[in-house]
Design a protein around this ligand. Structure first.
Ligand SMILES: *Cc1c(COP(=O)(O)O)cnc(C)c1O
Length: 364
């Protein structure tokens, strides 16, 4: 079976060198040498400051909400977010006692449409949580203006946007915080892992305490915290994957361009803003209708190819998230979308086969 994505596996020799170091130091977690090194390397690579590594991308969101003071008030607060994303964006809010209020997406970029934000604001609104979905940049300037006008925090779920630049700068610089996921299926991974990039140093310092039980010294517990620390084995994997990033990106770029050339005339692709420097993390396509999308998915599956319905269902229809209103644009896109396999090891032959299967099915 050809999966929708395959984790990038770095050189074993390189990983072994890092593991040797872990054994020599006999230091496995709690802000170890490799976590410190990865923090520094990522700040350099991404050209950002105030980066905090955590155990996964969901905790990154939860800690960001806490550090920015929007959570923990038992549904007394709300955050405006997109229904077209992985469930963790919204479930992490609910888990932190913040009611996710969905606002519909733009039909072309599939990111939160800023025009739908202000109508969703209530006296309980504390934050906007947009997603750079599939690595596409949100309308950051308009969102920033709305947030300033209404004194709201902005936390970008940038789980898909590792390395993405917008107008020459890291997209992670936008918002009070931006979060990353380093899950095995993501472009950059640490097996599991995540990070938060804070705008302000004081928020970073607060979050640092929060991820280690609020402990600040051998005998001092300053505030309520939790365990969200990244460990040394994760950091070792992360350092190795970062080492291979250039080669990984080059291979994905080639796959992405071949898909685009073959399919952009017949299928709807995500509209990217001018000035976007993309990371080739995903190749989503939208079909004419749900029936066609499902037919293509079934044909691909019969031929050993697993395209995935990311992101289906649209989250306003997920009962445990407690949404009230329909989100027609998100619902429509979610019903017709498929993400095609894209990873560094995908061969030209396999990709050609995938493209042929889709083209044949579209003509049928
Ligand atoms: C993967 C992902 C997450 C969750 O990250 P984990 O590291 O798996 O916890 C959150 N939001 C989005 C948009 C994601 O794609």
């Amino acid at each position: 079976m050809i999966p929708v994505t395959k984790p990038y596996l770095p050189s074993r020799e390189k990983l072994n060198q890092y593991i040797d170091g872990i054994y020599e130091r006999a230091w496995l977690t709690n802000n170890g040498e490799l976590v410190q090194e990865l923090t520094k390397r990522l700040e350099e690579y991404l050209k950002v400051e105030n980066l905090l590594l955590v155990a996964n991308g969901t905790l990154a969101l939860q800690i960001a909400y806490r550090a920015l003071g929007i959570s923990g008030r038992d549904n007394a607060t709300e955050a405006i977010t997109t229904p077209f994303t992985f469930v963790a964006t919204a479930s992490s809010l609910k888990w932190e006692g913040v009611e996710p209020v969905f606002a519909d997406i733009d039909p072309d970029t599939w990111c939160l449409d800023p025009a739908n934000i202000e109508p969703a604001i209530t006296p309980k609104t504390r934050a906007i949580v947009p997603v750079h979905v599939f690595g596409n940049t949100c309308d950051v300037d308009t969102i920033n203006a709305i947030a300033s006008k209404h004194s709201l925090k902005v936390i970008y779920d940038a789980s898909h946007a590792f390395g993405v630049k917008y107008q020459g700068e890291s997209v992670l610089k936008h918002g009070d915080a931006a979060t990353l996921s380093f899950h095995a299926t993501k472009l950059f991974h640490a097996g599991e892992g995540g990070a938060i990039v804070f705008k302000r140093k004081e928020d970073l310092e607060r979050a640092k305490k929060m991820i280690n039980f609020g402990i600040t010294g051998p005998e001092t517990i300053e505030e309520l915290g939790i365990n969200a620390k990244m460990n040394e084995l994760q950091a070792a994997m992360g350092l190795c994957v970062l080492h291979g990033m250039e080669e990984n990106l080059k291979a994905r770029d080639a796959v992405w361009q071949r898909y685009e050339q073959a399919l952009s005339q017949t299928l709807q692709l995500q509209t990217q803003p001018n000035g976007l420097d993309y990371n080739y993390a995903y190749f989503p396509v939208v079909f004419e209708n749900e029936e066609q999308a499902l037919r293509v998915a079934a044909t691909l599956k019969e031929n050993g190819v697993l395209a995935r319905r990311y992101f289906y269902p649209s989250l306003e229809s997920v009962e445990c998230l407690g949404a009230k209103a329909d989100q027609p644009v998100s619902k429509d896109i979610a019903s017709r979308i498929l993400c095609l396999p894209i990873f560094d090891q995908l061969s030209r032959k396999d990709q050609k086969n995938i493209i042929n299967l889709i083209e044949t099915e579209l003509k049928a």
